[in-house]
Design a protein around this ligand. Structure first.
Ligand SMILES: C[S@@+](CC[C@H](N)C(=O)[O-])C[C@H]1O[C@@H](n2cnc3c(N)ncnc32)[C@H](O)[C@@H]1O
Length: 322
């Protein structure tokens, strides 16, 4: 059995017998006015963060959701679009699509505004998405791509790039590792399927996104996810996994590299009332301006006396340069 087949088998099992606590973080799913999430759906929350960011979802976008799980986030996305077929949810595991269909039926009973036609469940997988080129506004995946080995991750990212419209958004939530995960854990297919041993480091993960062609990456959240302790996982030291929520844009990569926003700001300290770096950034005296990491690096290097650059907050949701 390949690791992908092991993962499919694992998810067929947890589709039939929900595994409360698998992947999920210790927080309740995003609550929205007038949205009731059926208990069965909540128990199948196999995401490690969130991909539903209200600010991304104006204009009733078409969303392609990869790896539907119990259907929780497909339901949340449909809350914003509210039209037939606006959310296309893909999963290769028959039992998982069936479980999602059952949960969405329950959601339709509990929510006046929701119709099951809002979410179209399709058989397919992350490496061959069953939609046309440049046809969707948003692609989302939660806690799936970390399962993939690095070259498969690149293939899956390239496939999302193919189906997104120009300017479209890839919204992801995945575990990342604070250092390389030892080989003996990476080779454990069950741990990989459980989203515990396939994670890349932050730098590797972001570089894969850029390698697939995305010109802008924004970090929405980065927080502790799981601790792999040295005794149970046979390591010299404990290993912390973090959960990383990102939004990546299908825009061209600038000649001097992609823009990655991690919550840094640049602040002009004087002596004038403003500072113009002649590269598109105007800083008013004393006022923090959000900048991408590339701009932060450039400013700190070119004007170390006049510009203070603050640390990454690991939370950025718009505004600023570029
Ligand atoms: C960790 S669960 C996450 C489920 C859902 N995103 C959530 O947040 O609850 C991974 C999901 O991806 C599906 N999956 C497994 N292999 C896949 C593949 N190659 N392509 C697409 N989906 C896959 C599984 O069946 C499962 O539904």
């Amino acid at each position: 059995m390949t690791y992908l087949e092991s993962a499919a088998k694992f998810y067929s099992e947890v589709a039939e017998t929900p595994d409360v606590g698998l992947c999920c973080v210790q927080s309740t799913p995003l609550q929205l006015p007038g949205l009731k999430i059926p208990l069965q759906m909540q128990e199948m929350n196999y995401g490690c963060g969130t991909t539903v960011h209200a600010a991304e979802l104006s204009g009733a976008p078409t969303v392609l959701y990869v790896g539907v799980g119990g259907g929780l986030e497909a339901l949340q996305f449909s809350y914003f679009s509210r039209r037939a077929g606006a959310v296309i949810a893909v999963d290769p595991v028959d039992e998982m699509r069936q479980a999602a269909a059952r949960n969405l039926e329950l959601a339709a009973e509990d929510n006046d505004w929701f119709e099951t036609s809002f979410v179209e469940l399709r058989q397919g997988d992350a490496f061959s998405l069953p939609v046309a080129d440049a046809s969707v506004d948003v692609v989302a995946q939660n806690c799936l791509f970390n399962i993939f080995e690095p070259e498969d991750l690149t293939r899956a990212l390239q496939e999302t790039y193919r189906v997104l419209k120009p300017g479209g958004r890839l919204v992801m939530s995945d575990p990342i590792a604070t250092r390389a995960i030892p080989e003996h854990l990476q080779q454990d297919d069950r741990l990989r399927a459980m989203c515990l041993s396939g994670a890349l480091t932050y730098e590797q993960y972001v570089q894969r996104i850029i390698k697939a062609g995305f010109g802008q990456v924004e970090v929405r959240t980065r927080r502790p996810y799981r601790l792999l302790d040295k005794e149970n996982y046979s390591m010299d030291e404990n290993l912390l996994l973090e959960s990383l929520d990102t939004v990546s844009f299908k825009v061209d990569i600038a000649d001097d590299g992609a823009c990655v926003f991690t919550g840094k700001t640049a602040i002009y300290t004087g002596p004038h009332s403003y500072f113009d770096d002649q590269a598109g950034h105007i800083l008013t005296l004393g006022v923090p301006v959000a900048v991408c990491d590339k701009t932060a690096r450039n400013m700190a290097k070119s004007h170390p006396q006049q510009v203070v650059v603050t640390d990454s907050t690991w939370h950025y949701d718009g505004g600023g340069c570029c």
